[in-house]
Design a protein around this ligand. Structure first.
Ligand SMILES: Nc1ncnc2c1ncn2[C@@H]1O[C@H](COP(=O)(O)OP(=O)(O)OP(=O)(O)O)[C@@H](O)[C@H]1O
Length: 324
């Protein structure tokens, strides 16, 4: 950590900045506990020595893939490293065996395809670039080798990418867990298809995230002794129930209501559905559509997913009626 003792006139340092969080600069003068700094945007600033952190002038411009390699493990050093990597589309960085992921807010199919899964299969942590598949791989191998349960904790603020990360972890674990065929469907297919079902009923557009999970979840994937997927269970917690009857602009109610309003014509007539603007629970907010989401297409995908996870046609009809 930066301590006032190792900062002298001429030192390169980081100071807090209201616009860019941290800005680098050079110490011009030290007066008691305060330092006068010329920042890299040409301005002068005065800051208390306890709020100034030394800058590593030998830091690699592309950053380091494990933050334990940083000379200074303080907030500006960590953020600078993540920023340098993010600018190169490197969204993953390790801190020891913890993976930091930065939301890329764009599709990066080249880092998640079948080829990547094959590449990360069986590879020890740290041998390849930091990746969510590497974390899933380590957890899987430890479980198989030690014969003990293992968990991966995914945390972050709303919109950080927890749901997407969890789906990628499940995808890779399903890839590692091989094929156990039951009733024509593979268990891993059922595990993966649980996501669209959960999202339809438990996700909604919020100010921060168009697909915000309004519940917590604990996903349990069960493996047999040889490491093949044998089953799964998903426990959900604390669904935000108030959203069903009260929605604030520009948020939306749960996706399932809009999907239902985009059902094929015969179902619209059968269940007396129609434009979402006609329903009080949906028209409290003027937001009805999501960018890049086709509700009619999602309706069919959700019905298909419900079938795959084992929700019968009869129960699907019941669910539709319950939603109305
Ligand atoms: N790895 C990723 N690749 C591409 N896009 C991503 C990735 N992670 C997140 N995103 C984008 O960011 C959006 C928000 O991510 P996500 O829904 O996973 O956040 P969250 O942490 O689960 O939020 P909440 O707590 O509100 O549910 C996604 O809908 C997606 O557009």
């Amino acid at each position: 950590m930066g301590t006032p003792e190792n900062i002298i006139v001429g030192s390169h340092v980081w100071i807090e900045d209201p616009e860019v969080a941290w800005i680098d600069g050079q110490v011009l003068k030290i007066n008691g506990k305060d330092a006068e700094i010329e920042t890299s945007d040409g301005k002068k600033a005065v800051a208390n020595l306890s709020k100034i952190f030394p800058k590593d002038m030998e830091a690699l411009p592309d950053g380091v893939d494990d933050m334990t390699k940083l000379s200074y493990l303080h907030e500006p050093g960590v953020l600078q490293n993540l920023k340098a990597r993010y600018e190169l589309n490197k969204i993953y960085t390790y801190t020891g065996n913890v993976l930091i992921a930065i939301n890329p807010f764009q599709k990066l199919p080249h880092i998640y395809g079948a080829q990547m899964m094959q590449q990360y299969k069986g590879v020890p942590l740290g041998e390849l670039s930091p990746h969510v598949f590497a974390i899933a791989g380590v957890a899987y191998r430890a479980m198989v080798n030690e014969g003990k349960n293992n968990s991966i904790l995914v945390s972050g603020e709303s919109g950080a990418g927890k749901t997407e990360t969890t789906k990628l972890l499940m995808q890779f674990l399903a890839f590692l867990g091989g094929r156990a065929v039951t009733e024509g469907r593979t268990v891993e297919q059922q595990v993966l298809e649980s996501n669209p079902v959960l999202e339809a009923f438990g996700n909604a557009k919020t100010v921060r995230n168009n697909n915000s999970s309004r519940f917590g979840k604990f996903v349990e994937i069960q493996f047999d002794k040889s490491g093949r997927i044998s089953g799964a269970a998903i426990r959900t917690y604390l669904l935000e129930r108030s959203r069903v009857c009260q929605v604030n602009d520009p948020e939306r109610n749960y996706h399932c209501f809009y999907l239902l309003c985009a059902a094929p014509q015969e179902e619209i007539e059968k269940y007396k559905l129609g434009n979402p603007k006609l329903f009080h629970y949906l028209n409290q907010s003027q937001c009805y559509e999501l960018a890049d989401v086709n509700d009619a297409h999602e309706y069919l995908a959700t019905c298909r997913a419900m079938g795959i996870v084992g929700i019968s046609q009869k129960d699907q009809v019941f669910l539709s009626q319950a939603r109305i």
